[in-house]
Design a protein around this ligand. Structure first.
Ligand code: FRU
Length: 588
């Protein structure tokens, strides 16, 4: 049962409230907590000796998130709650041997005290404990993560570095975290590769910003942005380029001093995220760097023979002002006879497919690589088999991830394979190796299947690989909606509108956070079939159309029951074929 006995509160001192005492009569205690930076935002204190039994740091979200504590070990003890750092931050108290709220559903168990200590148990066990932690997407066990950087297939392993702040689940002085895998889907943590310089002041956020990796005569060489926090270092250049080398792929030694100390003229909005590659036009090293000036993003081009001395070759390509003032994370690479340019700007990854002559890039087509709300700072690498692979950060700056209350924030997308689509645009699809994480056989119900007004239930779960082919040529429906992470209270949906030829990812009812509707134009294949692949990984959702379009989001369901998967159609029915695989942990 659950009770909501709200104890009386008194003000202990400005900003700190104390509840009346109450006995722990049940196994669980749960409350809604509003964000607030205090490291001891909510504490459960034992009356007789003042011992702190449970403690929860504040999260980043001003909206309330439900925290649940296991109190079984303290049954019968007399306790009180304290809330610090904005004393009105805690309400909605529930006590019970099973917690349900007024929806009758079970809130997902959020709270750092439910998480295994770093280093305890196996990776798979620790990573499984958090109901919002993806199981086959790379996440930091503790701390913050943003851009994937330095991607390379080197020494027989795939290397994934990440912009990281390992100490807290918020962006601050940047490190390069490091993980490697024998394949591009099972990452294993390695020691932190690059660390920021010692802080000059307590708030000094100087660190190692984004960059890339190359093999230079057998030496793994990282090329990165040296970011200097000018509030702590007045007069210093904010951004330059540095390099570090490794012969074992584990330990990295920075080369003293920057290889580029200052930006070129025309880079007022920023100068960062060097991407180095062996340039097939002349066999030299080329480097593209993100920049912007006068309201227009641009990409600067450099050349070098030795990765140490660089010559500025001018602006490779510049925006017309419509694609944002500062272009981040540029990437330039060939796919077959085409050249692809990527830049990240205003929460999206923009691409152009065109040509490159060693000095300038000329676009033929362009667009947004992923139309979802959480795909940014993507970087490609080429594996030993020559496949152009890509990983993006499943984030955007303004999102408050409730997982911060569990000690971490940020996830990388699964590894995708890039291809030039039939219409000349840039497409992506999951790497085939993802199927090696299927935990068993296809669990879709035996056919023939059809979507119609009555919900077609597919096997549910919170880690799934769902493939659907909608036979629009033989179907009459106007719209088809696939719901995942669904319960009576919430769902994330993917909706196809045949007349508009539009696929929409709708996160407005997904759970915590403010969602949105994210459409992308998608046409059925020549046979009239619309192929969809949905990767559901607790709080990570990636949707791929067979034609190469993608929609990526983080969603934070509030309830443990939100595991349903169902398909409905309006205006008629559509025959479909389905496969549904449960996914195993990539950490196992
Ligand atoms: C992109 C970005 C990069 C920068 C890094 C800092 O998300 O802003 O331009 O190098 O993140 O963490």
């Amino acid at each position: 049962m659950t009770t909501s006995a709200v104890p009386a509160w008194t003000l202990l001192e400005p900003g700190v409230r104390r509840s009346a005492s109450f006995p722990i009569a049940y196994g669980w205690l749960s409350f809604l907590l509003r964000g607030g930076a205090d490291p001891a935002r909510a504490t459960l204190v034992r009356d007789h000796d003042g011992a702190v039994l449970r403690r929860q740091a504040g999260g980043p979200d001003p909206a309330p998130v439900r925290v649940t504590w296991d109190t079984a070990a303290h049954r019968g003890e007399q306790v009180h709650l304290e809330v610090a750092g904005g004393a009105d931050g805690l309400d909605g108290l529930l006590l019970g041997d099973r917690i349900t709220d007024d929806t009758g559903l079970t809130p997902v168990r959020i709270g750092l005290d439910n998480q295994p200590a770093p280093g305890s148990g196996t990776d798979a066990e620790r990573y499984a404990a958090d109901p919002l932690r993806p199981q086959f997407h790379y996440t930091p066990y503790r701390g913050w993560l943003n851009d994937p950087v330095g991607l390379i297939h080197w020494g027989g392993r795939h290397h994934l570095f990440s912009q990281s702040h390992p100490d807290e689940p918020r962006w601050a002085a940047m490190h390069w975290a490091h993980a490697t895998g024998a394949d591009p889907v099972r990452w294993r943590n390695a020691p932190i590769a690059l660390t920021p310089p010692p802080k000059a002041t307590p708030t000094d956020d100087s660190g190692i910003f984004s960059g890339s990796a190359v093999d230079h005569g057998g030496v793994l060489t990282l090329v990165y942005t040296i970011f200097t926090d000018v509030s702590a270092h007045p007069g210093a250049p904010a951004e330059g380029v540095g390099i570090a080398t490794s012969t074992d792929g584990v330990t990295f030694t920075p080369v003293p001093g920057p290889v580029l100390a200052a930006p070129p003229a025309g880079s007022a909005a920023g100068f960062r995220d060097p991407r180095v590659f062996r340039d097939p036009t002349d066999g030299q090293w080329s480097m593209v760097v993100g920049s912007g000036d006068g309201g227009r993003g641009s990409v600067q081009l450099y050349r070098s023979a030795d990765l140490r001395r660089w010559t500025h070759r001018g602006v490779l390509f510049a925006g017309d002002g419509r694609t944002g003032p500062m272009w981040e994370c540029p990437d330039l690479f060939p796919i077959g006879a085409d050249w692809v340019l990527l830049v990240s700007v205003l929460d999206q990854v923009h691409y152009w497919v065109g040509s490159y002559d060693g000095e300038r890039f000329t676009p033929a087509t362009g667009g947004v690589l992923d139309a979802g709300p959480a795909f940014y700072a993507a970087q490609h690498y080429t594996d030993a088999a020559g496949r152009p692979l890509l990983i993006g950060w499943m984030g955007r700056w303004e999102v408050h991830e409730p997982t911060a209350l569990n000690g971490w924030a940020g996830a990388q997308s699964i590894t995708r394979e890039l291809f030039v689509r039939a219409d000349g645009g840039l497409g992506c699809r999951p790497v085939p190796e993802l199927a090696t994480l299927h935990s068993g056989p296809d669990e879709a119900p035996p056919g023939p299947l059809a979507a119609g007004p009555d919900r077609l239930a597919l096997p549910g779960g919170d880690t799934l690989d769902i493939e659907l082919t909608l036979d629009l040529a033989r179907g009459s429906a106007d719209t088809v909606t696939v719901a995942v992470r669904e319960s009576a209270a919430e769902a994330t949906t993917v909706h196809y509108d045949r007349a508009r030829a539009e696929l929409t990812l709708d996160t407005t009812r997904s759970g915590y956070g403010t969602g949105g509707r994210h459409p992308v134009a998608v046409r059925p294949g020549p046979d009239g079939g619309l192929r969809l692949r949905l990767l559901v990984d607790r709080s990570a959702i990636e949707v791929f159309a067979g034609t190469g379009e993608a929609l990526t989001a983080r969603v934070f369901p509030r309830y443990a029951e939100s595991t349903g998967v169902g398909v409905t159609a309006t205006g008629g029915t559509v025959p479909l074929s389905a496969s549904v695989h449960r996914m195993s942990s990539a950490w196992a």
